[in-house]
Ligand binder design. Sequence first.
Ligand SMILES: NC(=O)C1=CN([C@@H]2O[C@H](COP(=O)(O)OP(=O)(O)OC[C@H]3O[C@@H](n4cnc5c(N)ncnc54)[C@H](O)[C@@H]3O)[C@@H](O)[C@H]2O)C=CC1
Ligand SMILES: O=C(O)C1=N[C@H](C(=O)O)C[C@H](O)C1
Length: 226
Amino acid sequence: MLFLVLGRGKTGSLVADVAHERGHGVRVVGEEENRNAAALTGPFLAGFDAVIDFTTPESVVSNMRACLANGAHMVVGTTGWYQHLDDMRSLAARRGAGFLYGTGFSIGVQATLRVAKELAKAAPHYRFTITETHHTDKKDAPSGTALSLRQALQAANPSLQVEIVSKREGDVAGLHVIEAVSENDRIELKLEAFSRRGFADGAVRAAEWIVGKTGVWEFSTIASEL
Ligand SMILES: NC(=O)C1=CN([C@@H]2O[C@H](COP(=O)(O)OP(=O)(O)OC[C@H]3O[C@@H](n4cnc5c(N)ncnc54)[C@H](O)[C@@H]3O)[C@@H](O)[C@H]2O)C=CC1
Ligand SMILES: O=C(O)C1=N[C@H](C(=O)O)C[C@H](O)C1
């Protein structure tokens, strides 16, 4: 397959490496070539099986508009743009695109989301806090994964109030800690990414999955198929 990767940064570069390792052709387009999605014309996009976006909360919106309007198959790993989610979902549906988005593409994040739901049910009267720590260049806060974890906790137990604390330190690839506290004890569920490799692997597998499909999916709903 031939993939177009948007973003030559920390994660986009690794996504390109993983896609090569899995036997795919890859073209990477960076910021200089693609200001305001200038590179993403219909004829250019038609040459790729799928597009994978790891850019910024600002740039990803024009990238999605261009790709989805042209009916492309697109995987969006970039976080911090979810106020536009309804618009992007309807654009994808109107144009017959394939659109898959998500906050944490690693197996670790997906497993933690499942365990979090069980914890919310098993400790319904505890006070919940999510603390997320990431590198100092991260543009969005809270992290997309922290928002997904809160959503998972509250889906399992709608009465839970969940505080999110964001920390920015060094080059941390991703640390999420869920803490549930009662008068008697404290439970901790901790997920530490050792590198960005797990996210890149999930993104490439998601791109393989979406080729030829039309529709809109959040990553967690299809992760078990990858
Ligand atoms: N869903 C997931 O599993 C993961 C999501 N992320 C998210 O991915 C995004 C990127 O993260 P990093 O790679 O750490 O950031 P980064 O800052 O290292 O890379 C972003 C790159 O996008 C480039 N860029 C900006 N506008 C562009 C445009 N219009 N076209 C092409 N490239 C453009 C920038 O020049 C930069 O090189 C963030 O939103 C982050 O939260 C990161 C890791 C995992
Ligand atoms: O910006 C990052 O680095 C990461 N962003 C994602 C998020 O916001 O959830 C996923 C991962 O934690 C790394």
